[in-house]
Design a protein around this ligand. Structure first.
Ligand code: PLP
Length: 387
């Protein structure tokens, strides 16, 4: 594969070499079914147990509170539907307008099935109004489901405060921590959320493996019925990928132990803001992930920018990866009150463990050149230059 400047780590990450090495034996000789009683199966079961311990250590919870799933999307679907199964009279869900499509599509589907959804708005910085959240929780609210970190802007919701509120209101809480997991220290034990979703491919494990924290204090209803995962998630476990997920969690833990580092993101951001006229960051620049910046370049169509940046070997994204390729402006940026033009002029850059200082130096040359080229081609761009 050609060498690229990969600044799209919120979309997915490359498999870390240590993760690949940890997985390989389980794709070769270690092919036993972890439910089998003979040695080959027992070894696979032991590998799953070790992976569960490692994921639990990164999440700050007990191993028995981690279920392995196929992805973050499955974890989110499982958590919300489990809450709904608990009490058929509770048919109201509280979520926000800036969630990942996994939550949005599920809630839209549930709305068509007669559930009532409250879509909480956010302000220009991407934050919730906590009083509005409190007021939205009703006696028939089955669950509150909110992001920890926004995948497009990196903006962090105050999950501890949210959990204190849902506990006060005696309502279940699901947190989509797919982007926060591995990037920030998490301590789920005692936090007050009943469900928290994770995904392997955001933390240098392969795609197709996820995790769900289910508090041992909550009654759980599986989405996939079967005997595996102690009856909580049917389907023979994807041993190699789960082992990879465990290894990736262990590696993320040791990186986090060295501190949360935003140096490369900050360098990229400040360089682009200084060198490009009409560039501005979308969302709170303080309470956000250390690796993410979402920037609008006035007078530039992000779809065109993606093509030119790709030609230069630079990968980033317009809105979320799941909506790229569509011309619709990002629902997250729209919810923050951005105009269609400004939302369409936005690019997300997300650095990762394998991003180097020289990648950032090259990005700081390529991006201004692409922006200048696109502006020279469009009347909107020329008016920025003339201003
Ligand atoms: N939630 C958030 C915040 C995400 O960023 C993503 C992936 O982009 C998901 C959920 C879905 O995770 P997965 O791709 O593992 O289904």
């Amino acid at each position: 594969m050609s060498s690229v400047i990969y600044l799209d780590n919120n979309a997915t990450t490359q498999v870390a070499p240590e993760v690949f090495d940890a997985m390989e034996p389980w794709l070769r000789g270690g092919y036993g079914n972890p439910s089998s009683a003979y040695r080959l199966g027992r070894e696979a079961a032991a590998a799953l147990a070790q992976a569960r311990d490692r994921v639990a250590a990164l999440a700050g919870c007990q191993s028995g509170e981690i279920l392995f799933t196929s992805c973050g999307t499955e974890s989110i679907n499982t958590a919300i539907q489990s809450a709904l199964a608990l009490d058929p009279d509770k048919r109201h869900i509280v979520t926000s307008a800036v969630e990942h499509s996994a939550t949005i599509k599920l809630c839209e589907y549930l709305a068509r099935r007669g559930y009532e959804i409250t879509w909480l708005p956010v302000n220009a910085a991407g934050h919730l109004d906590m009083a509005e959240l409190e007021a939205s929780i009703r006696p028939d609210t089955a669950i509150v489901s909110l992001l920890w970190a926004n995948n497009e802007t990196g903006v962090l919701f105050p999950v501890e405060e949210i959990a204190a509120l849902t506990q006060k209101k005696k309502t279940l809480l699901h947190i989509d921590a797919v982007q926060a997991f591995g990037k920030l220290p998490l301590v789920l034990e005692g936090m007050g959320a009943q469900f928290v979703s994770f995904s392997g491919h955001k933390i240098y494990a392969p795609k197709g493996v996820g995790g769900l924290y289910v508090s041992r204090r909550v009654k759980f209803t599986p989405l996939l019925r079967g005997s595996q995962e102690e009856g909580r998630r049917g389907g023979t476990q994807n041993v190699a990928s789960i082992v990879g997920f465990g290894k990736a969690a262990e590696l993320a833990g040791s990186h986090l132990a060295q501190g949360v580092d935003s140096t490369l993101r900050d360098r990229l951001e400040s360089s682009l803001l200084t060198s490009i006229l009409g560039a501005s960051v979308n969302g709170d620049t303080v309470r956000r992930l250390p690796n993410t910046t979402n920037i609008s370049f006035e007078g530039v169509e992000s779809e065109g920018a993606l093509i030119l940046l790709d030609e230069k070997g630079l990968c980033c994204s317009a809105g979320s990866a799941c909506t790229s390729g569509s011309v619709n402006p990002s629902h997250v940026l729209k919810a923050m009150g951005l105009s269609n033009d400004r939302a369409r002029a936005s690019l997300r850059f997300s650095v990762g463990r394998f991003t180097t200082a020289s990648d950032i130096d090259r990005a700081c040359e390529i991006i201004p050149a692409v922006v200048a080229k696109l502006r020279a081609l469009s009347p909107a761009g020329q008016s920025v230059l003339a201003a």
